[in-house]
Design a protein around this ligand. Structure first.
Ligand code: CO
Length: 134
């Protein structure tokens, strides 16, 4: 059911420092920061030959990554995103398998303007999983 790894998202406490690290130290192609008010984050995309890295930085007081950064003050891997062909079919299969789909199971439009869903990390070996329909 899942296809390619679309991206790995890393929550960071200092966006400028993380941009400099990926652009200058690691030599990657780093995009411009984009505010995503619907998701409470500022996102920076880093294009790699085979996948993307998303840097996530809190936007607003109620950002969903504030709690993560409190627990992980130096930052850390927040979620990984797998591609699926049909997000509703994927959701139905997951729910039938007993997995918890966050947000009531209704896909939202993600940072790439495509439908996404998140799966409960406790059902997936401690990893928050995002599914993106491509
Ligand atoms: Co993501």
């Amino acid at each position: 059911m899942i296809g390619r790894l679309n991206h790995v998202a890393i929550a960071v406490p200092d966006l400028d420092a993380a941009i400099a690290l990926y652009r200058d130290t690691l030599g990657a192609t780093v995009g411009a920061p984009q505010d995503e008010p619907d998701h409470g984050v500022t996102v920076v995309f880093i294009e790699l030959p085979n996948t993307k890295i998303e840097l996530l930085y809190p936007l607003g007081e109620n950002s969903p990554i504030n709690g993560f950064l409190e627990k992980n003050p130096t930052g850390g891997i927040h979620h990984i995103c797998y591609e699926v062909d049909d997000i509703l079919a994927a959701r139905d299969h997951l729910v039938a398998s007993g997995a918890r789909v966050l947000g009531g199971g209704q896909p939202k439009i993600g940072a790439h303007k495509k439908p996404v869903l998140f799966l409960h990390p406790k059902d997936f070996t401690g990893t928050l999983i995002e599914l993106e329909q491509v």
